[in-house]
Ligand binder design. Structure first.
Ligand code: MGD
Ligand code: MGD
Ligand code: MO
Length: 752
């Protein structure tokens, strides 16, 4: 059990503590032997894809790749604990709603379909057929298909995602909000305009050849621990690793590889970052523009690449030359020397990878920032050559694949043409709602049925109280889920919980055991087949849930739904017919390790309107918060013991926090300025045009973070993110830059 303490972590990331914590996760879930066996089959050519992050597998035939947080994700799914109808009989929904997210998660796997019964405020058992009938009825009762919303979280397999979007479009809407809208949306928008593809172009082998790797706004030690293995090897061979992050993240400083016998037995470890730049929150646009300026002023451009492959260089040049260093320094929070030093490393490297995560994508100007990152890469021809290119590091294990399969509220016309031709229907053409627009539509009474394929919409989204009001106004909310979560308790007038199989479980359909496929962050597509017995005999697979719902809800469908799910090869044949790049899908996906989806930029092809890579000019706007402001800028991040809204424990080991989640990281000089002490409890209030929003009783933790910047955990701080504060053109909630003020809390104890 965790103690309650704050003590800086002096050890490298990884190491024995990582093994200890993994063992504890297995023990807590009561699965020491079974879980360990399941893990050995994670990310193997014959096993299942780790439900953790989207970082690619090194070698599908090698011994298993250990990852502490992968163990936690698998253990959470493989748990021996169960939520049965007895559980729901004992607890009313109002009672459950008073429990915290850690408790909800700890109750175990959902086991049978449940329907909310308002007269007793309880979930009661319902048969699968009745559940599908109820959804079909509610869908028929709305005036227009656009009054229904169909959310997806990125664990959904390619096969399930493809069927899901097909069902939704046959039903008649493009309302397919998904977790991407809150995640890497800006990367897709920015890169599609610039290089004609929204995906990263690098492969793992590029990490072996890069001379420099720049990491912007990403915390791989916690969120992509297997990436540290690549960074360790790169650092060992002299590759420069340059980090831009307001926080000192332990995993980016030093790493002891739990898979290296030498590291483990001798206690040795490897420094990761060669240079660490603690810029201001949201300072990246200015910092990267500064790097571009320094390169243009003093460095070597790849003029041949610029002439042959790009468009817009002259305008970029003029804009960057005119930019003032004072503004760059002011807005980035870095000195000119620091920026020039980073530019010097970039300039000297013949092959550079830029990685980025949520620290870049969850801001108002994320699209501009990513386009500036891409400008910088293009200036030196760092794309389409070994060891170089953009690497947006995706989150959920199949979030990239879900988009490829058509989970998108703004589908391309060609995609709809092909889908309609293959399935003999006329898909709707009007764009649908993204996540924020979905919440607004529910609030305005324009959307009345909310269906979620996975995820935890009520907790992951911004403006928690408003979102709750939105969901409660719905006629029906439905969640296809593996574990109990907040979204089951913040429900519509009618509500269903539909429990499904997890990745690690056998999926048996009439043609036998089925495998699904996923696409990782580097566009590798491979099979995933579970081998554990399902958590309950009453679970259905996600594809089966969609197919049976489609049969109930689409009386005129010409799609042979039940035939498709009898054997998932049939779904893959249809995917091959509709989605370019999936030709011979069934054969290619069975090659161990799968196959790589063609990425045009690797061949220096840029399918934009001019068939060239585009430079984009972005002015530095005035700083959102001036130096004299009383307000702080708050970023909401993940702790080491959580998977998004799934809370595994109360520790954030690498940041030295044990036993608490309601903490707020602040620097020494801000504490002194306020005359406050670490350990004091504060309320955090976000200040926005439509009024204040507050969360109470957060403990101040002194941390190495720039002045004026604060950090706290998500989802506890989601009530602070205003619904209409989202990224330009990405629509992504600005959960990494919330203007807040702190005040002494009237709370006397900190909630754990
Ligand atoms: N164990 C575990 N693994 C996960 C997840 C999880 O919750 N737990 N979530 C998955 C998902 S869906 C995703 S999207 C990824 C998320 O993985 P990350 O992108 O690493 O997400 P965050 O924890 O939000 O951390 C973002 C980092 O950005 C920094 N940052 C914040 N604001 C700024 C800024 O303005 N500029 C810069 N340069 N840095 C900034 C923060 O200090 C932090 O280090 O991880 C995936 N993997
Ligand atoms: N303030 C703030 N908010 C954020 C973020 C942030 O950094 N700060 N990050 C954003 C990001 S990057 C993301 S991706 C979103 C995440 O948003 P979501 O994807 O909606 O949330 P998760 O917490 O990943 O969803 C967890 C739930 O998924 C269900 N689940 C797990 N496995 C499966 C499965 O195999 N099938 C099905 N059907 N269900 C399953 C379980 O019931 C579990 O409770 O949150 C966003 N919200
Ligand atoms: Mo994400």
């Amino acid at each position: 059990m965790s103690d309650h303490s704050i003590k800086p972590y002096g050890k490298p990331a990884g190491g024995w503590d990582s093994l200890k914590r993994s063992w504890q996760a297995l023990r807590d879930e009561g699965i020491v032997t079974r879980g360990a066996k399941a893990l050995l089959r994670t990310n193997q050519s014959e096993g299942f894809d780790c439900p953790g992050c989207a970082w690619p597998d090194r070698n599908p035939n090698s011994t298993f790749e250990f990852c502490e947080n992968g163990v936690k994700a698998v253990a959470a799914e493989a748990t021996s604990k169960r939520v049965t109808h007895d559980f729901f009989f004992v607890h009313t929904v109002s009672e459950l709603a008073r429990q915290d997210d850690l408790w909800l998660e700890a109750q175990g796997r959902l086991t049978e379909p449940m329907r909310y019964e308002p007269s007793t405020d309880r979930y009661v058992p319902v048969s699968w057929d009745d559940a599908f009938e109820l959804i079909a009825e509610r869908l028929k009762a709305i005036d227009h298909p656009d009054q229904a919303l169909f959310y997806t979280s990125g664990r959904t397999s390619n096969e399930a995602a493809f069927l899901y979007q097909l069902f939704v479009r046959e039903f008649g809407t493009n309302n397919l909000p998904d977790c991407s809208n809150m995640c890497h949306e800006a990367s897709g928008v920015a890169m599609t305009e610039q290089i004609g593809s929204g995906k990263g172009s690098v492969l793992l082998e590029d990490f072996e050849q890069a001379e420099a790797i720049f990491i912007f706004g990403q915390n791989p030690g916690t969120n992509h621990p297997r990436m540290l293995g690549e960074l360790r090897s790169a650092a060992k061979r002299g590759c420069r690793i340059v980090v831009f992050n307001p926080l000192r993240e332990r995993g980016l400083e030093r790493f002891a590889n739990p898979q290296s016998p030498k590291d483990m037995l001798t206690g040795s470890s490897t420094p990761i970052a060669s240079n660490y730049y603690q810029l201001k929150i949201g300072g990246d646009l200015a910092a990267v523009k500064g790097i571009a300026k320094a390169i243009i002023e003093k460095g070597d451009l790849d003029q041949d690449f610029i002439d042959r492959y790009t468009h817009g260089f002259e305008s970029l040049l003029a804009d960057i030359q005119a930019e003032s260093w004072e503004v760059i320094v002011e807005q980035s929070g870095l000195t000119k020397n620091e920026i020039e030093e980073a530019a010097g490393i970039y300039n000297a490297s013949k092959a550079t990878i830029f990685c980025w995560g949520m620290g870049i994508t969850q801001h108002q100007r994320s699209v501009s920032t990513i386009q500036m990152l891409m400008n910088c890469l293009l200036l030196k021809g760092n794309i389409g050559k070994p060891g170089a290119g953009p690497c947006p590091v995706r989150g959920h294990s199949n979030v990239q694949g879900d988009r490829t399969m058509g989970i998108y509220e703004k589908p391309a016309a060609e995609f709809l043409d092909r889908l309609g031709a293959e399935f003999n229907f006329e898909p709707p053409r009007a764009h649908g709602y993204d996540v924020v627009a979905s919440i607004e539509a529910m609030l305005a009474g324009k959307a009345k049925v909310f269906f979620a394929m996975g995820g935890n919409f009520a907790a992951a989204t911004p403006d928690t109280h408003r979102t709750a009001r939105a969901l409660r106004q719905c006629d029906l909310t439905v969640h296809v889920s593996t574990k109990l979560n907040r979204s089951h308790l913040v429900h519509g007038k009618q509500a269903l919980i539909l429990p499904c199989l997890g990745r690690s479980e056998k999926d048996i359909q009439s043609a036998g055991n089925q495998a699904v496929s996923v696409e990782d962050s580097m566009s590798m597509v491979h099979l995933s087949s579970g081998m554990k017995n399902p958590a309950s005999p009453d679970l259905l697979s996600e594809p089966a849930i969609i197919a049976r719902l489609a049969v109930a809800a689409l009386p005129d469908t010409k799609t042979p739904w039940l035939d498709l799910i009898a054997n998932y090869d049939r779904i893959r044949e249809r995917i091959a017919a509709v989605i370019p790049g999936f030709e011979n899908f069934n054969q290619r996906v069975r090659v161990p390790g799968g196959f790589h989806l063609y990425h045009p930029a690797r061949q220096r092809e840029f399918p934009t309107h001019l068939m060239r890579a585009n430079f984009y000019v972005h002015a530095l706007a005035d700083a959102a918060l001036g130096p004299e402001s009383e307000l702080f800028n708050l970023m909401t991040v993940r702790s080491h013991d959580q998977y998004n809204t799934t809370i595994y424990g109360l520790d954030d080991r690498y940041r030295g926090v044990h036993g608490y989640r309601r903490v707020c990281f602040i620097c020494r000089s801000d504490l002194e300025k306020l005359g406050w002490e670490a350990g004091m409890l504060v309320d955090i209030t976000s200040v926005w045009h439509d009024g204040d929003r507050s969360v109470q009783g957060f403990m101040l933790v002194e941390y190495d973070i720039p002045q004026g910047c604060l950090a706290s955990y998500f989802p506890e701080t989601n009530p602070l993110v205003p619904l209409d504060s989202f990224g330009e053109r990405s629509g992504t909630p600005t959960s990494k830059s919330i203007p807040v003020r702190l005040s002494r809390s009237s709370a006397t104890t900190i909630a754990s």
